[in-house]
Design a protein around this ligand. Sequence first.
Ligand SMILES: [Zn+2]
Length: 119
Amino acid sequence: MLKIKCPFCGNRDETEFSCGGEAHIARPIADNKLSDGAFSEYLFMRHNPKGVFLERWCHTSGCRRWFNLARDTVSHKIIEIYLMGQTPQTAKGKKAYLDNWRRKSKAEEASKALKRTKK
Ligand SMILES: [Zn+2]
């Protein structure tokens, strides 16, 4: 069983948490211009690496707040825990973030373009 350190409550057993799947998925805006293929990629394709994976977790039996963690899928070692809206800070976490195919997806490109126009 994993021991997970909730950033708000401290160390707790894994049974108190729910995994929300892959972290850092850019959500397309409502009036996006993505092709059906690019939109289905956003909806259905998930990263599934052997190694460091960035996940969203919720402390469902505690504070009910969401956070991200970087976990090695082979050893289950938790490398880093960080807040929603942040990106990983450790070298392994940063590498996992940048190596994810999603960083080059059409949905993420559209999301970045929207953020640039809002500035
Ligand atoms: Zn908590």
